[in-house]
Design a protein around this ligand. Structure first.
Ligand code: NOJ
Length: 532
């Protein structure tokens, strides 16, 4: 029998997402920066994660807070300089941490020189680098496509008398990926950063790279109901998930592989059946197509069990799974299901098979922060107000201490913080019952248990409010039992050995025959005894 290859770092490891504006402000302008991240690397080592993914730090007018890039090969002065970035890479690597950048290939900023050239005249050499169309037959936009962030996906350019396409904001024109010069220019961007030592990329909105060539209208969204945001009125099928993108991703993959063990993570908001196609033919697409399905899932044992089983079954042979509980675009887990339930959710994230991505602040149980209307910054909320799209509440600064501004900055930050006296890193580091202590213990257990960081997954049961599964590697196996309810529950625990970890450490668990009593919202990890 041949020995099984060791998993790659991006398989056995844990990714930690940093939203750079909100992690640590070293120069006290109220916005986080690279020097701040460097100053907090020891914390990440202490926490035990393996890689940090930075949301974009490139030069940008910041209309979409960095997802509108005006130069792909530099650092925005708000965050520092290229030298600071090199310092970050060196400091991270010196501590055994990997660094993953955000790559935003679908669109540039309108301030990118490519777009300025493209819009300068119809005969510009860069005209075809973006998607320009004449007005529709009756005048107005070329078709009915909507922007993800509200309104038409087309903006009229007075000077040249045509419309340009933008899946997101008008300030984020879509690149034309069918143009080979665009593909070549963007591949150069990957080389630029790989040569500077980055360990991988999270690729923004990859499903949007191509649109149908016919530009036909989108059909109505059959699930649209009165009261829903008007942006959801149509089914966007013609605007994404086109076959050509897989060739493009395979090209990115060849570049990544040419630098050794690097990772590509694709951001894809699609049904699971579609997400798994982004592993690519012969697994030559992205290494990890982000699986966001825990984010929207109702917190019910049976639903979660079915989701996990379905995802595991859909994975192509050899594909490595991944799970995400939160990110900079969606409500925080502690707000979605409550701070107590978030403890079991973190146990779920860190005990499932596949790479977990942990969103900064979730390890201390940060909740969404209410933003007063006059402080709203997110363009999505500003364009489509009142439907809960606003992302400011989940992007608030990290609370390191209970001091004013939470040790994030000495001056008022770009977004308000929660009451940091109640929730901060320094306090939670000292408390054995804190969310941070739990998260760190889960990470440490995952790291030392091959059953958890590389073993197989098997559903044991979804009984009422309790989800039970096992993870197994060779002779070693552990069982995870999660009580998703706010009430105590008695559940069978056949074959269980020693308790390895509980979300709610305390007195020994009450046992009645073969039943164990789980506390409200409690999750436990137990060994499966060898005889079982
Ligand atoms: C997805 C990113 O996560 C989000 O923050 C951004 O606004 C859009 N893509 C557009 O780049």
């Amino acid at each position: 029998m041949t020995a099984k290859a060791e998993p790659a770092w991006w398989q056995s490891g844990i990714v930690y997402q940093i939203y750079p504006r909100s992690f640590q402000d070293a120069n006290n302008d109220g916005i986080g920066d690279l020097a701040g991240i460097i100053a907090r690397l020891d914390y990440l080592v202490w926490l035990g994660v393996d890689a940090l993914w930075l949301s974009p730090v490139y030069p940008s007018p910041m209309v979409d807070f960095g997802y509108d890039v005006s130069n792909y090969v530099d650092i925005d002065p708000i965050f520092g300089s290229l030298d600071d970035f090199t310092r970050l890479i060196d400091a991270a690597h010196g501590r055994g941490l990997k660094v993953i950048m955000d790559f935003v290939p679908n669109h540039t900023s309108e301030a990118h020189p490519w777009f300025m050239d493209s819009r300068s005249c119809r005969t510009s050499a860069k005209r075809d680098w973006y998607i320009w169309r004449d007005a529709g037959p009756g005048g107005g936009p070329p078709n009915n496509w909507l922007s993800e962030f509200g309104g038409s996906a087309w903006t009229y350019d007075e000077a040249t008398g045509q419309y340009y396409y933008h899946a997101y904001l008008p300030q984020q024109p879509d690149l034309n990926w069918r143009n080979p010069d665009v593909r070549a220019a963007m591949q150069e961007v990957l080389h630029f950063w790989f040569k500077r030592g980055v360990d991988g990329f999270r690729i923004d909105t990859v499903h949007h790279l191509y649109e149908v060539t016919t530009f036909v209208d989108n059909p109505p969204n059959p699930d649209f109901k009165p009261g829903m945001a008007p942006t959801l009125a149509l089914d966007r099928r013609n605007q994404y998930d086109q076959p050509e993108l897989h060739t493009t991703l395979a090209g990115f993959r060849r570049i990544a592989d040419s630098y050794g063990e690097r990772v590509l993570i694709g951001e894809i908001y699609l049904p699971l059946e579609r997400i798994v196609t982004y592993y690519g033919a012969d697994l030559m697409g992205v290494h990890l197509p982000f699986n966001f399905h825990l984010i929207g899932a109702p917190w019910k044992a049976k639903i979660l069990a079915d989701l996990i089983t379905r995802y595991e079954a859909l994975l192509p042979p050899g594909a490595w799974p991944n799970w995400v509980l939160g990110n900079h675009d969606r409500a925080r887990i502690a707000s979605r299901i409550g701070p107590e339930a978030a403890r079991a959710a973190t146990m779920l994230l860190l005990t499932l098979r596949g790479t977990p991505t942990l969103y900064y602040g979730d390890e201390i149980g940060m909740t969404d922060v209410a933003i007063p209307p006059e402080k709203v910054q997110d363009p999505w909320e500003l364009r489509v107000p009142g439907f809960g799209f606003g992302r400011d509440p989940v992007r608030t600064p990290m609370a390191w201490t209970g001091e004013p501004h939470g040790g994030f900055s000495l001056c008022a930050p770009w977004l308000p913080l929660h009451d940091t006296r109640a929730l901060n890193v320094a306090d939670q580091q000292t408390r054995p019952d804190s969310m941070l202590t739990l998260t760190r213990a889960l990470i440490a257990l995952r790291r030392e248990e091959p059953a958890l960081n590389r073993g197989s997954y098997g559903l044991i049961a979804a009984r009422g409010d309790v989800l039970v599964y096992e993870r197994r590697h060779g002779a070693r196996a552990v069982m995870v039992l999660l009580n998703l309810a706010a009430a105590p529950v008695y559940t069978p625990i056949d074959g269980a050995g020693a308790l390895l970890l509980s979300t709610h450490p305390g007195d020994a668990h009450e046992r009645v025959g073969a039943l164990v009593c789980l506390r409200p919202h409690e999750g436990i990890i137990v060994e499966i005894s060898r005889e079982a």
